[in-house]
Design a protein around this ligand. Structure first.
Ligand code: SD4
Length: 339
């Protein structure tokens, strides 16, 4: 009862703040959303993806089906330049996709460095369900997709091709400079958003109390050909365990991989941390390893406990996340290490 009252009070405050700031509000230290089902995604625009997932969750469907359906929204959206169709290409002008999916029992599947397939998350689920393996890469992943009825499509939109050609004019072949430049630009324009980081990581808790998660991305823009980030790596970009909770990440994948980020968050929760505290500790671990360079990169985690408590934390401000439950749609900005 107390939790519900606290949540309702939080909702009212949130609504008021939403009116004032339009997009997102800072999250409270703990958001006790005990009413599952519940779905949560990285980045504010992905509330559209949550809505799709909610069609399944709200009708009593499974968390796994919900996240698989939800993340297909940005995958098919040509205006989302970080995921699927319309994603910014690698430095050679090719769109290469990474995705993974996991349920709370440890079943998981992933594809990485996959080209020409609009919905890599569907292929990841088939890897999980139809093969004895957990991950397929590149040509083999494509072959598997084609054998399973997928067709190849050109995923490079004119807009993304134009952006790539613009980038080619200077073509500084260091993929890490891109987020840095974007960050500087964003700091200047005050938006606080890092437009190179819109990967969707989605976590759901269904009515039966089971967790599921999915993560899908076109990865870092203008990356070296063959580069794979954290997003399709179970334990880095996503980890789900019905015994504890689930976590997913967005941002510079290399830094997430270095600390097995999402698994770290879930293990911290297993040892008693609340979701936000666990996300914070993982972010602080990255910051300690990077030293002063941590100011130039963004990494954010979101997490959910198996009881429906959610939390998030990021290196830089501007990391938003979207939540949907029977209590409605909410968007929050995660607390950050660097203001
Ligand atoms: C990657 N983590 O490939 C992804 C990028 C990302 O929002 O999160 N973009 O490293």
């Amino acid at each position: 009862m107390l939790d519900r009252r606290r949540f309702l009070r939080g909702s009212l405050l949130s609504s008021a703040a939403l009116l004032l700031r339009k997009t997102s509000v800072a999250a409270p230290a703990e958001l006790p959303l005990k009413s599952h089902p519940l779905v949560i995604s990285t980045w504010e625009p992905n509330k559209k993806a949550n809505a799709e997932a909610w069609k399944i969750l709200g009708a009593g469907g499974s968390a796994l089906d919900a996240v698989e359906a939800g993340v297909q929204v940005p995958e098919a959206d040509p205006t989302d330049q970080s995921v699927g169709f319309g994603g910014l290409p690698d430095r050679d002008g090719k769109v290469t996709l990474d995705a993974c999916i996991m349920n709370g029992n440890g079943d998981c599947g992933a594809v990485m460095f996959l080209e020409g397939i609009m919905h890599p998350i569907k292929v990841a689920r088939l890897v999980m369900e139809k093969t004895p393996h957990v991950q397929l890469a590149g040509e083999g992943a494509l072959q598997f997709a084609l054998q399973n009825g997928f067709t190849v499509q050109n995923l490079l939109t004119p807009e993304s091709e134009k952006a790539w050609k613009q980038w080619l004019l200077k073509a500084d072949y260091d993929p890490m400079t891109i987020p840095k430049l974007l960050q500087q630009k964003n700091l200047k324009d005050g938006s606080g958003q890092q437009h190179n980081h819109d990967t969707i990581g989605m976590l759901a808790l269904d009515a039966a109390g089971h967790l599921g998660g999915a993560c899908t991305t076109s990865g870092m823009a203008y990356k070296l050909r063959g580069r794979i980030g954290d997003s399709p790596i179970i334990g880095a970009g996503l980890f789900v365990d019905n015994e504890v909770g689930a976590a997913t990440s967005s941002g510079v994948g290399e830094e997430v991989v270095r600390i097995c980020g999402s698994h770290t968050v879930v293990e911290l929760m297993r040892h008693g941390r609340k979701p936000e505290a666990a996300c914070r500790e993982a972010v602080e671990r990255i910051a300690r390893k990077k030293g002063t360079a941590a100011k130039d990169i963004q990494v954010g985690f979101i997490a959910i406990s198996n009881r429906g408590v959610i939390g998030a934390f990021a290196l830089q401000k501007g990391f938003t996340y979207a939540v949907q439950s029977h209590d409605g749609v909410q968007v929050f900005e995660a607390k950050a290490l660097f203001a």
